[in-house]
Design a protein around this ligand. Structure first.
Ligand SMILES: Cc1cc2nc3c(=O)[nH]c(=O)nc-3n(C[C@H](O)[C@H](O)[C@H](O)COP(=O)(O)OP(=O)(O)OC[C@H]3O[C@@H](n4cnc5c(N)ncnc54)[C@H](O)[C@@H]3O)c2cc1C
Length: 343
């Protein structure tokens, strides 16, 4: 059995690995010159936070997202399972209570508990939510690990392929009866017109003076942010959510807000060196849930919105199961006992 995967973002790589590991001869075509050169996945925070995400997402995100923790740990040894922390300043305590009402699998921490987990935050906050089962990873290293795995399985990625050449290869593959999995992110709008872009801006800073061991979300009614440790004193600060498909540079307002919120978490962030400023455009469907959709004989894996690393493993498993079983279902997400699951 053979398959062509279009796109080497997290969706494409996860699908390719799942297929190749099941013995499918996979070819991955990527228009970028190298890993991450033109994908949204490069700018992700790398939080694997199924239960925190329930705050604004449907139950299916937590159900499918929970799969990602073990999946990433098995594919990328750098996956960290140290939980995540959600905090708010005293005046925003109501935000924390509301977050708790909408989520699950957390414990309340007092000031001493916060200090025990993150000594550099000791005495700065009096209450926090701790989600002990969550994890995080460095998205760039994780993508590289998937690319290495593909190479080891004899399915290297072909980089720098012109979009037209990719399309020709895909059509030829389809004509020969091979499976084509389209994971082109926002570029797939030509076939998925209900896809939209949600721009996200982020920063990477270096700050040896502060040590955080797990992602910290800082709640705020207007500017919620998170900080994800990247190792070697580097931190990712993210992220904005802007209804736009333009990967334009970060705005002055966003920069001020992200840095201001990080500074409020710990004043040492005022001394941080800014290493990188990045922008990615998340592909999203109207309900912000992902889809595996069959259109014109191809399987499209798309709409991962703010959950690419969280949900790609479950979607990839679904795709591999469909392909190997020779299923031809047109769908996607369906209602099952009140909970939405992938078909
Ligand atoms: C700032 C920010 C923070 C985020 N944080 C998190 C997080 O903490 N956790 C999480 O789970 N998710 C997070 N996300 C979301 C996640 O990054 C996205 O859901 C994910 O990247 C979408 O992956 P994708 O593979 O669908 O698309 P992409 O990563 O965009 O990949 C699509 C690929 O297809 C290629 N392509 C396009 N057209 C063609 C063509 N014609 N031929 C060949 N190749 C083509 C592109 O070059 C690209 O490499 C974040 C996103 C942003 C922007």
């Amino acid at each position: 059995m053979r398959a062509v995967v279009l796109g080497a973002g997290v969706a494409g790589l996860a699908c390719a690995v799942e297929l190749a590991e099941r013995g499918v001869a996979v070819q991955v075509l990527e228009r970028g010159e190298r890993l991450g050169a033109r994908c949204c996945s490069w700018y992700a925070g790398g939080m694997l936070a199924p239960w925190c995400e329930r705050e604004s997402a449907e139950p299916v995100v937590a159900t499918l997202g929970a799969e990602s923790l073990g999946w990433w740990a098995s594919k990328y040894p750098g996956t960290v399972r140290a939980g995540s922390l959600v905090i708010a300043h005293g005046r925003d305590a109501g935000e924390l209570r509301q977050f708790a009402r909408r989520t699950e699998r957390y414990e309340w921490l007092d000031a001493a508990g916060i200090g025990a987990l993150e000594p550099d935050l000791a005495d700065r906050f009096s209450q926090a939510l701790h989600f002990p089962e969550e994890g995080h990873l460095d998205p760039r290293a994780a993508l590289a690990a998937l690319a290495d795995r593909l190479a080891a399985l004899g399915a290297p990625i072909r980089f720098g392929a012109e979009a037209q050449a990719c399309e020709q290869t895909a059509r030829a593959a389809q004509a020969a009866g091979d499976t084509v999995i389209d994971c082109r992110g926002l570029e797939a709008r030509d076939a998925l017109p209900d896809l939209r872009g949600v721009k996200g801006e982020m920063l990477i800073v270096k700050l040896p003076e502060v040590r955080l061991s797990r992602p910290v979300r800082v709640l705020h009614p207007r500017v919620p942010i998170y900080i994800v440790p990247r190792g070697d004193a580097h931190y990712m600060i993210g992220a904005t959510m802007i209804e736009s498909d333009q990967p334009t540079r970060i705005s002055a307002r966003s920069m001020l807000e992200l840095l201001g919120a990080a500074y409020a978490l710990h004043p040492a962030f005022g001394e941080a060196q800014i290493v990188e400023i990045g922008t990615g455009v998340r592909p999203a469907f109207p309900d912000n849930l992902p889809r595996v959709r069959r259109v014109g004989g191809r399987l499209y894996v798309n709409g991962l919105y703010r959950h690419g690393f969280l949900l790609a493993p479950a979607l990839a498993r679904q795709v591999a199961e469909q392909v190997l079983a020779g299923r031809q279902s047109s769908e996607v997400l369906h209602e099952d006992s009140g909970q939405r699951r992938l078909a």
